[in-house]
Write a protein that binds this ligand. Structure first.
Ligand SMILES: [Fe+2]
Length: 212
C-alpha cells in the first residue's frame, strides 16, 4: 500500500514592513547629533570598531525629526497589534546604530519584550553586506546559507521554509517590526559609507481587566 505523506507547517512567523515618509536628511543629522552628545555609546550586539550603538535615548528636546518618527512608529506598531489582540502597548526604549565599514550586529533576541523593530535612516548607495537577517533558530545561526544548501540534493529546488536564515535588504524610510523573541542580526557592512538605523522595543501592558 502506498503511504500518503502530508507536509505541514509549524509556527509560521509573522513580521511586518512599512514604508514611511520621514525627512531622512533631518534624521541623519539628528543621528550624528546623538553620537556627538553620547560619544561612548554602549557595546551590545554591535561588533567591529566602526560600530556605534547609542545608549537608550531619553531626551528628545533637540530631536524633532526623531520625535515625529517615534510617533509614526507608535501608530504603526499599535495598528499591527490591534489587528488581532487586546492590551496596551508601551514603547519601552529606543536607540540608534551607526555602522561603519566592517561593523555588524551578532545574532540576538530582545527577550521579555513584545515587539521589536528597526527603521533605516541611512543606507549606503552601493550597499555591500549590511542586510538584516532573521534566524529560524539560534542552533542554526552558525550555518551560512551556502553550507546549508550543501545539505540538499543538487537538483532540489529550495523552498522558503527550508532556509534557516531570511534576509531583508534595508531601504531608507523602511520600517520592519517583528516579534521580540525572533533571533536577528545585521551582516557586516562592506560598504565605505555608514549605515544608520533606529531600533526600538514595545512591551504589552498586561494589566488589562480580568473576569470577576
Ligand atoms: Fe536587535
Amino acid at each position: 500500500m502506498k503511504v500518503q505523506i502530508k507536509p505541514g507547517f509549524l509556527f509560521p512567523t509573522q513580521f511586518w514592513t512599512a514604508e514611511l515618509n520621514e525627512n531622512i536628511k533631518q534624521l541623519q543629522n539628528e543621528a550624528y547629533l546623538i553620537r556627538k552628545n553620547d560619544k561612548d555609546g554602549v557595546r551590545k550586539s554591535n561588533s567591529g570598531s566602526n560600530g556605534y550603538h547609542s545608549k537608550d535615548i531619553r531626551d528628545l528636546t533637540n530631536l524633532p525629526g526623531t520625535n515625529q518618527l517615534l510617533n509614526q512608529i507608535i501608530n504603526a506598531v499599535n495598528a499591527i497589534h490591534q489587528i488581532s489582540r487586546k492590551g496596551e502597548l508601551q514603547l519601552t526604549n529606543f536607540w540608534i546604530n551607526i555602522s561603519g565599514k566592517g561593523s555588524s550586529n551578532t545574532p540576538h533576541t530582545h527577550s521579555g519584550l513584545t515587539y521589536s523593530g528597526v527603521f533605516f535612516i541611512r543606507v549606503p548607495k552601493e550597499m555591500k553586506g549590511g542586510r538584516f537577517l532573521f534566524y529560524r533558530n539560534f542552533n542554526e545561526a552558525d550555518f551560512i546559507s551556502t553550507e546549508y544548501m550543501g545539505h540538499f540534493k543538487e537538483d532540489y529546488q529550495m523552498q522558503g521554509f527550508d532556509y534557516p536564515i531570511n534576509t531583508v535588504s534595508p531601504k531608507e524610510n523602511m520600517l520592519i517590526v517583528f516579534p521580540a523573541w525572533l533571533p536577528h542580526a545585521v551582516e557586516i557592512n562592506l560598504s565605505d559609507e555608514e549605515r544608520i538605523s533606529l531600533s526600538f522595543n514595545f512591551k504589552l501592558n498586561r494589566s488589562f481587566s480580568r473576569m470577576k
